[in-house]
Design a protein around this ligand. Sequence first.
Ligand SMILES: Cc1cc2nc3c(=O)[nH]c(=O)nc-3n(C[C@H](O)[C@H](O)[C@H](O)COP(=O)(O)OP(=O)(O)OC[C@H]3O[C@@H](n4cnc5c(N)ncnc54)[C@H](O)[C@@H]3O)c2cc1C
Length: 446
Amino acid sequence: MPSATNGNGPTSPQQTQQNVHVLIIGGGITGLILAQGLRKFNASPAAATYPIKYTFTVYERDPDVFYRGGGYSLSFHWSLPFLEDAVPQDIVDGIPGCLCNPHGEETGQLGKFQYLNLHTAVPKVVVERRSISRIARVSREKLLKLLMTGIDMHFSKQLADLTWPDHNTVTAHFADGTSATGNLLVGADGSSSAVRRVVCGPDRAKNLQLPVRMMGFRTDYPLEKVARIRELDPNLIMGGDPELNTYFWFSFLNMPRPESGVKVADCHMMVSWPTEDPYPGGGKAPTIPPTNEERQALVKELSSGWAECLKEMVMDIPKSAEMREIGLYEWYPRKGDWDSRGGRVTLVGDAAHSIAPFRGEAVNHGVVDVANLLNMLIGKKKIPDGQAVVDGRLNLGKIVEAYEDEMIERVEIPCKRASKACIDANHYEDVKEGSFFTSPRQMNLK
Ligand SMILES: Cc1cc2nc3c(=O)[nH]c(=O)nc-3n(C[C@H](O)[C@H](O)[C@H](O)COP(=O)(O)OP(=O)(O)OC[C@H]3O[C@@H](n4cnc5c(N)ncnc54)[C@H](O)[C@@H]3O)c2cc1C
């Protein structure tokens, strides 16, 4: 029997409702948005009369959601209306509290999104943003904390395998030997998704590693030390090294309000470089070194030719700052890649598509995935050639098919463009007006 642990809503007066239990694998951004969407629906008057009663459980691999870092910033832009529509009002109200630079946003300092020449700190080109009307630059950490509100999380549950006990259920098997059974399992377990691996097979599920290596790190700097960076942009700067093709990203994760009296800013940085032969610096392109000390030494060496105000951000990182490798991948689904078993399993977010973060669109596609799936489950979005509920039973096969058809069609082009933008960003000469790094961000690209 499906194990119903997270009703998050009123008990239905209808005895005839079909109970549908959703197993959400992954307590990251998209898994939690789906959980919040179901929580919102369950608390709505519509839930009492809807023929389907949803319950859900979130299973997260790690003992807590910050176990592997992940403290970086995220730009929600064209997906913001989808996000705000999907989640309950308490979550919408909490989003301003997750902003990286709340004072900046309130005073209209939205930044320019410019790509600098790292040797001179002079902008080379500005990313085209006319198509974007609103942006929320949020701290991923703060957003995750917000999205966990009211959700009963099951931690240290690493999905290992799936089985199919009968025609209506799916069982998730976890690495600790436990299992859980439900009616729909949603793989929201990120770009190295175990759900993708199980349903597509290990070969097809494999990400394409892009020919660029990247490390990210985080530190607090006194406000006076970042004054020149703030003059360049209130939120973030990025740029390329015209000689080595190294790419540098700097963003404020937490810029204190002026009245707070806090005198330090939480800063996140990333350094990446191309791995092709011949490497512009001579010899073989550097690989990611094994120790933190060597990693710090490498980013310092790579930044040695930069303008002083940029170089000092890297040169002065404290020894304690942890340098984490950031995988840069490409993977997009094709129709027929997996069998949804009559709608009992599907993928959302990075599990469904690995999109490199060089056009800032990956999480935006994840939000739209979740919004579409959710809205079809709760009867808010029409299914082409079908109905969500037939004879009082959820038409899961049709819902999942319709969700996947739209998602598969939507993500291939953005995924390829993000890969090209990643490679261009790591080749200084290739970042120019009209290139994929600078061209407009929008949901549907043809
Ligand atoms: C440095 C950086 C900057 C970025 N900036 C942007 C940006 O500005 N705009 C944008 O649109 N996108 C951006 N992205 C991409 C964005 O972070 C991802 O698209 C987004 O986090 C994906 O959300 P998700 O829920 O699919 O996966 P995640 O948020 O990665 O969550 C997956 C969860 O699943 C858990 N998990 C993994 N395996 C298992 C398992 N076997 N069993 C159970 N749980 C499991 C993980 O622990 C994790 O909690 C950026 C990415 C990076 C790395």
